[in-house]
Every structure is written in C-alpha cells, then in structure tokens.
Design a protein. Structure first.
Length: 248
C-alpha cells in the first residue's frame, strides 16, 4: 500500500543527513555505522567513506544543469506525471510488507526551480521482529525536467556507475523492459554475492524516477532478504505502483 502522508517537517530523524545538504543529490548517503561496528557483517567499511556526492554520481544522481532556455521548439514532455508536495503519499512499499515493518515515519522533501522540480521520500524498514538494529533504506526520487531533456544521457549515466564502483564491488548494469520509455537497474554486490545496493531508474519523456534500496542486515540471519532476484522484483513492483500513483 502507499504510505499515507509523510512528515510535514522532512528529515526529522538524526540518523541520515538531509538529502539536499551539499547539493541536490539523487541518493542520500547511508547513515554512519553505530559504535562497535556496522549494522551487519556484510557492509564493507570503505562504503562509509564514499560520501553523498560520489554515491549520487555512481547512481547517476545530481541535477542535470540546464544550459539556456527551452528554445528550438522543445517543450518539456512530462508524460502525464503531476508534481507532488509529498512523494511519500505516492511511494508504495507493499512489495516489502511480508518481510519488513516501517521503522519510523517516512520523510519527504521537495525542490522547485525554474527548470527543475524534484521530490524525494526516505523510508526506513526493519525486518519483522528484529531487535538488533538491522535496517533497509528505501529512497524514492522523482524529477520533472523543464529545461533539459534527460533522454540523451540517461543510458550513459547508468553505465557510468562502473567508473566509481566497478573495481570495488560486483556491479551489474542492465536494461529493464516494460517501464517507461527506458529503464536501467544497477546492482552492487559483495564478492560473496550478497546484494548491498540496488538502484532502479525509469525515464518517460522529461520525467525521471529513481528508487534505491540499501541494506544493512546481519548475515547469514537475513540472507534471504539480500537475494538479488527477490530484491529487484520488489523494487520493480514498488516502482510500477508508485508511478501509477503519480499519474492519478
């Protein structure tokens, strides 16, 4: 089901930084690990030092800076997606309900400029019945481009992830059919094969949607929750339902 409403004052929780701190990054960095180790043995230590800017670049975040006006007869095609002041009201997490509960109130944020509008929603999930601070973070981000068509760079942004992560993690970039005009799935796994990060991005016209999943789970206790096939299937279902809600 969609999350009813969102926080009227976004980013109240201290464990994650405001996603707009230091720039309009598509994917906020994960919170720092608690004292005495991370949230699970599967999280590589180097991940904490990457910083929001690098993660945003790898998962093709950041604002596409418009150069000049619309001009040339180009008009933004937003494919029927209306803007929203609360993306958490549309973000659908029903695909994760069988394994997780929502840990705290979802946090929403928006930005509105002359050439770009953006909305984000952060949701923290905890495995059902868990008492050991295991978590999964979902980040929804949508962008309505009014000054620059994102289509020419969309595929390259996905493939460019290899520049930053290809030598550190088992990274895959694959095209996904049946979502928008084009969609890509970028997944990051450790050498053991455990999935730690996944980003599904969809473009339709001048509208973009990105859904990222980031796991901090103790393994092997939650090995089934980081299995790539089930995670990517849940991401796709969540993206499909969220996009439908944004058109309603």
């Amino acid at each position: 089901m969609a999350i009813p409403g969102g926080s009227p004052n976004p980013y109240l929780q201290p464990q994650q930084p405001h996603p707009y701190a230091g720039g309009y990054s598509s994917y906020p960095p994960p919170p720092p690990p608690p004292a005495g180790g991370g949230r699970g043995g599967g999280v590589p230590g180097w991940l904490w030092g990457l910083g929001g800017a690098l993660l945003a670049s790898a998962a093709w975040g950041g604002v596409l800076v418009a150069t000049g006006g619309l001009g040339g007869g180009d008009r933004p095609d937003l494919a029927g997606y209306g803007t929203t002041d609360d993306l958490c009201a549309a973000a659908d997490v029903s695909a994760f309900e069988d394994s997780y509960s929502i840990d705290s109130e979802p946090r929403a944020g928006t930005f509105s400029g002359d050439r770009l509008e953006k909305a984000v929603c952060d949701i923290t999930l905890t495995p059902t019945g868990d008492e050991n601070y295991n978590s999964v973070y979902l980040n929804y981000e949508v962008s309505w481009h009014r000054g620059t068509d994102p289509a020419p760079e969309f595929a390259d942004q996905a493939r460019a992830s290899e520049v930053f992560f290809g030598n550190e993690l088992e990274l895959t970039v694959e095209e996904v059919s049946g979502l928008g005009e084009e969609a890509y799935l970028v997944t990051f796994a450790e050498e053991s094969g455990e999935l730690t990060w996944a980003v599904l991005s969809v473009r339709e016209g001048w509208f973009e949607a990105h859904l990222s999943w980031n796991a901090f789970l103790d393994t092997p206790e939650y090995a089934e929750l980081v299995e790539a096939r089930s995670v990517t299937a849940a991401l796709r279902t969540s993206a499909e339902k969220t996009l439908v809600a944004l058109k309603e």
